[in-house]
Design a protein around this ligand. Structure first.
Ligand code: P53
Length: 476
């Protein structure tokens, strides 16, 4: 093969809460993203107890895609997108999460949005849960620490699978489900699972319980989706930051293996339908008492995913230390700087070869089709005097990553479905809530304080990516 397949899914990716705005329109309920304030690099976003007066909640208005999606999709079509990845805001469909019937205005919004994509032959690629679960489920049920939430999620999945069965073919269940492996920070447990910890709680065991319920819910959704439309392709979504050993000291190598176990076992369950033995042994050693029933284990075997969607921004590194003989992994302490790579202004280590490594890692382990559903460079952009952002640094980042992705396909034989760079239009950063951390091919006139006209303009990378798609990557 000389390059990418003819039907390769070039496109771009976003998530509802990071661009739609319209947080109270069409009957939408409050989501976990609606109670997070703006932070910055090194300043965590505050998770408030409901929406409080006087705070800056950047997701409330975001970039107003809710009203401007036609203009934005037209620009995606101009770039030549074959697909567009977004999420369905759960709170537009079930505002509180525990209603019995879906909200028609929310369903209609996504009907219109998908029609607009299909008008340009842009295939929607849809995430069910992307950091935006109903906040009511947090308050009343404790988020995913509660088994009852499984049924609410499955009801939501069924409603949208049924409604869009002839409009959407590609789905993913939980965005970056494995972020919560970083359970000692507050961000991932809250965004992944709506979990807020009380002081003194054993965070790790609660994380495993929440993740288990999500994996059961995912399997039930996959099973239901395949019944609703046997042509559906339903994937998982993993945040892939491969963890290298800092040196070739065998102890560092082993530490990296165990760290990878703790961050990526989620994929094993999604793909194979059962827990890896290393994790069961770890649960036993730590004496974790988890609510995992025989019926759950049956469900997991019936809901294996069709493909592996993953994000790739950076790689990590780790090393063994004498005070950690059992190689326990704590993401807030176990990672070290990799001296061979540079980092972005937000400290994300830039490593294009790590993408080829990740594609090989997944394909060697699972032999399933892969889909790179996020990749990109968050940077500070300056609008030039000609009104165009000269984002050569972004072009370079993406070019280098696509080159490695191509090697994985052409030289290593990996089965890759598509590539959707993150934040194809500037949007609110998930990690920091900033507008300043931009990823787009399209610039949006809005700053961290919420000022700006919201006008859209093409960056230099817009025409570059248009050319990449036109040539199906032959120019890389
Ligand atoms: P932001 C951490 C590590 C890797 C990806 O992130 C991550 C995160 C969480 O911040 O999130 C994904 O906006 C996520 C998107 C997010 C994107 O990466 O913090 O799926 O929602 O916007 C980029 O720069």
């Amino acid at each position: 093969m000389s390059g990418f397949k003819a039907d390769f899914l070039w496109g771009g990716a976003v998530a509802a809460h990071q661009l739609e705005g319209g947080w109270q329109e069409g009957g939408k309920g409050v989501s976990v993203a609606d109670v997070m304030t703006a932070g910055a690099h090194g300043v965590p976003r505050e998770i408030t107890d409901g929406v409080l007066p006087g705070k800056n909640y950047p997701n409330h208005d975001a970039i107003d895609f809710y009203h401007r999606y036609k203009e934005d999709i037209k620009l995606f079509a101009e770039m030549g997108f074959k697909c567009f990845r977004t999420s369905i805001a759960w709170t537009r469909i079930f505002p509180n999460g525990d209603e019995l019937e879906p909200n028609e205005a929310g369903l209609q919004f996504y009907d219109d949005l998908f029609d607009e994509c299909l008008k340009y032959n842009i295939e929607p690629v849809i995430t069910l849960s992307h950091f935006e679960m109903p906040y009511h489920l947090v308050k009343k049920y404790g988020g995913w620490r509660n088994r009852e939430v499984i049924a609410f999620f499955v009801r939501f999945a069924n409603a949208v699978f049924t409604r869009y069965r002839s409009k959407v073919k590609y789905w993913m269940t939980f965005n970056e489900i494995n972020n919560q492996a970083n359970y000692n920070e507050d961000f991932a447990p809250f965004t992944n699972s709506g979990v807020k910890y009380q002081p003194g709680e054993d965070r790790e065991v609660i994380m495993y319980q929440a993740a288990h319920y999500e994996l059961v819910a995912s399997a039930l959704a996959v099973e239901a989706g395949h019944k609703i439309n046997p042509d559906f392709k339903i994937g998982c979504m993993i945040a892939m930051c491969p963890i290298y050993p800092l040196t070739c000291d065998p102890n560092d190598m082993m530490m990296s293996v165990v760290a990878m176990h703790r961050r990526y076992w989620f994929t094993d369950v999604h793909v194979r339908g059962y827990y890896p033995q290393h994790l069961l042994n770890y649960f036993a050693r730590r004496d974790f008492k988890l609510d995992i029933t025989d019926e759950d284990l049956q469900i997991l075997t019936r809901g294996c995913v069709d493909y592996i969607g993953f994000s790739y921004y950076m790689s990590f590194a780790t090393k063994a230390t004498e005070d950690n003989p059992q190689l326990d992994y704590d993401e807030t302490k176990s990672l070290v700087k990799n001296p061979y790579v540079k980092a972005s202004d937000w400290g994300w280590q830039i490593d294009p070869v790590g993408l080829r490594y990740s594609l090989n890692y997944f394909y060697d382990h699972y032999q399933l089709p892969l889909f790179i559903v996020e990749n990109g460079f968050g940077a500070i952009d300056q609008l030039g005097s000609d009104g165009v952002v000269d984002d050569q640094y972004r072009i370079e980042y993406l070019h280098n990553h696509i080159r490695e992705m191509k090697k994985a396909v052409v030289e290593d034989g990996v089965d890759l479905m598509g590539y959707t760079p993150w934040g194809c239009i500037d949007l609110v950063s998930a990690g920091t809530g900033e507008m300043k951390k931009r990823y787009g091919f399209i610039y949006v006139d809005k700053d961290n304080e919420g000022n700006g006209t919201l006008a859209r303009s093409r960056k230099k990378s817009f025409w570059w990516y248009q050319d990449v798609i036109k040539q199906n990557g032959d120019n890389i």
